[in-house]
Design a protein around this ligand. Structure first.
Ligand SMILES: [Zn+2]
Ligand SMILES: [Zn+2]
Length: 414
């Protein structure tokens, strides 16, 4: 393809904490995702996409840079992201997809609220009701005080309560999904009318992230509430798709997934088991095969290279991303052997996910600061062909396999 090929508009829809298994197109029996299921029939679904981390700040950084957390340097989340991590990212010249697209003539818009470094490279980024940098400093100070009293885990717990958020400006201060949709439709319509430059629109929905947005469901920590939130976001996505052109590239993904009780992790996304990592990944639009389903392994970082590929942009810097286009075109059977994933919020663990295996290793804080237990032990190995729910730890029976994966992780985290 030549560089003169017209560049497609790209609409990147991120549904925070959306797990794959609760979509109809992934076999969920409740009909809560008619829009996403329809999108799957007019596009290509990646059935085995896993996130490379499970907290929003590092996950978004990975999505936009195509790099694992260890590669870009943002390991932590929220107020725990140290300036040092941001400096590391800058020293490594990490570039986000919106910055690259902008250099290639795209108008770039984000409907996001994570702010700070996530704002880079956009022509439009909403004004937030709170200053996230200032809030981060405040929270850091309070967190240090709790640490001084040796009750830091308690701080993490209360920082997720609605009362705390009211006082310190938590998610309530972020835009509502309804407003996000209105603005998204407006941006699409204005850009389509101008029609001079292609656009990249990043839309971040928050309703499926805890506390789930389900006004009519009483128990906010329930699968019913989670499903209700998904159903609402699905309707928002319908409005965006209605406004968009059939030829526009659409991608829908979760930055991480959500555990609904599996492995003792309830209505949260920590842990490196599949329920917290397995996300739906759907592409649709120009040159994307219709109704195709791909079972090969993919990672959320791969969206980066796939979108650049679809926009005919060559980018040679080293990333942890590989284009999924050859899979869509049946040119290859697989693009990666494994996904590396890591968490550094309630516990410090790293994992390697292959088609057949999950290996999880404790690399720091082993006791979960939310549940006050060690989930699954310090070393875990699961044979996913026999045990897809990761219930039978076979690490002791296979020291050779454990050694191989363990050494791989040691190299990655040094
Ligand atoms: Zn998230
Ligand atoms: Zn836990």
């Amino acid at each position: 393809m030549t560089h003169n090929t017209p560049k497609p508009n790209i609409i990147f829809i991120l549904v925070d904490a959306l797990r794959a298994s609760n979509l109809g197109s992934f076999g969920y029996p409740k009909p809560i995702t008619p829009t996403l299921d329809k999108l799957a029939t007019r596009g290509t679904t990646f059935e085995k996409c896993f996130s490379c981390t499970n907290a929003s700040d590092p996950a978004l950084t990975s999505l936009m840079s195509g790099m694992y957390t260890r590669s870009h340097g943002i390991l932590h989340h929220s107020y725990e992201v140290a300036q040092k991590e941001i400096n590391t990212m800058d020293q490594r010249n990490v570039k986000f997809i919106q910055q690259i697209l902008k250099e290639h003539g795209y108008n770039t818009y984000a409907l996001d609220f994570l702010a700070r470094w996530h704002m880079r490279g956009y022509d439009y980024y909403p004004e937030l009701k709170i200053d996230r940098t200032k809030r981060k400093k405040q929270l850091n100070r309070i967190s240090r005080f709790f640490k001084f009293l040796h009750i830091k885990p308690l701080f993490k717990k209360i920082s997720h309560t609605n009362t705390f958020r009211k006082i310190f400006g938590g998610f309530d201060a972020y835009p509502k999904d309804t407003d996000t949709t209105v603005k998204a439709v407006e941006l699409i319509q204005t850009s389509t009318k101008d029609n001079k430059q292609p656009y990249f629109l990043f839309v971040h929905y928050w309703g499926v992230h805890k506390p789930y947005t389900c006004p009519d469901v009483e128990n906010k920590r329930s699968t019913q509430c989670y499903d209700n939130a998904i159903e609402t976001v699905d309707k928002h996505i319908a409005e965006i798709l209605d406004a968009a052109n059939e030829q526009d590239i659409i991608v829908v993904v979760g930055d991480h997934a959500e555990s609904l009780g599996e492995h003792g992790i309830s209505f949260d996304h920590h842990g490196l088991y599949d329920p917290s990592l397995h996300v739906p990944l759907i592409f649709a639009g120009k040159n994307i095969p219709e109704g195709k389903r791909i079972n090969a392994l993919s990672c959320t970082t791969d969206i980066f290279s796939t979108l650049l590929d679809l926009a005919h942009i060559t980018y040679n810097a080293k990333t942890d991303s590989v284009s999924l286009v050859p899979l869509m075109q049946d040119k290859v059977q697989e693009v990666r052997k494994e996904v590396y994933t890591e968490e550094n919020y309630y516990q410090d663990k790293a994992a390697i996910r292959t088609t057949n295996h999950k290996f999880i290793k404790t690399i720091g804080q082993g006791i979960c600061q939310q549940c006050h237990i060690v989930h699954g032990g310090d070393i875990e190995l699961y044979d996913l062909t026999q045990d897809p729910q990761e219930l039978n730890n076979i690490a002791q029976k296979h020291p050779d396999v454990v050694k191989e994966y363990s050494e791989k992780i040691d190299i990655l985290i040094q």
